[in-house]
Design a protein around this ligand. Sequence first.
Ligand code: SAH
Length: 286
Amino acid sequence: MILTAPNTLLIAAFRRLEARLRPPRSVVSRSKARDNAGHVVLLGAGPGSADLITLRGLAALQAADVIYHDRLADPALLSHARPGALCIPVGKAPGHHSVPQDQINARLIASARLGHAVVRLKCGDPGIFGRGAEEAEALTRAGVGWSIIPGVTAACAAAAAAQSFLTERGQTERVVFATGHRRAGEVTDWRAAAAPGTTLACYMGVSTAAGLQAGLLEAGWPAACLVEVVSKAQTPDQRILRGRLVGLAQLCQSEPRLNPAILLIRWPATLDQSKATPIRAAAEVA
Ligand code: SAH
């Protein structure tokens, strides 16, 4: 059963439904529910496309009694849930109230304590900008066991979509995963990451691209660094915009509705710094 609107009414309805679920029968349930406190799998769905989940992840999904899923996980994945499994959306959706993190934590704990095989399906990899650590900490505090099944993170999926490489021997030898999402008053000091041979993969950076561009330039990143903005990677709506760091903000404004997107900013060891013109426009839009 797939529920579609994340709000507190739904959670209440779900609570009643879950209480009626028959006892867990899956392998995951049997092996993990031994310690009556239950078990939650933090499962990486991969980004964009349902076929980017791992085989181990698919098996956990098929075995789940209850699946709490993010908005950015491909909904097609839920077709792998067993008949009768509950699929509960808990991600942020424009125009809807999102379920607060402490409520998500509480639901995970309550479901696990019922002895159900619980999957927390997260977009990409659960360990990267997904608040997985907060959920794990709450589960640990409640005495509920948890494990992680990794997923393809959006930066890898974006690079693959753009037919580019996060590292390249002799050119880029380190990758920095960063978030463009800042709480009020927070500023990132980009100096620590400012070195030739770096690829910066910035999540949630479209709306803060102007600040990111300014911060990177101020920290010493050359204006000519190569930029790829990969929007909706691995989906039918995928778009790839290419330019230089000096034109990053402009690039992010050049097209509507780019989110979700990854900004890949490369400072190769042998960067040609004379190439610091802003956007190399339409011809490079894939
Ligand atoms: N845990 C996820 C990241 C969650 S944060 C992971 O490992 O990928 C959400 C951000 O991920 C989005 O704002 C966007 O920056 C990125 N993202 C998720 N799906 C994406 C996709 N299909 N294409 C491009 N970026 C994506």
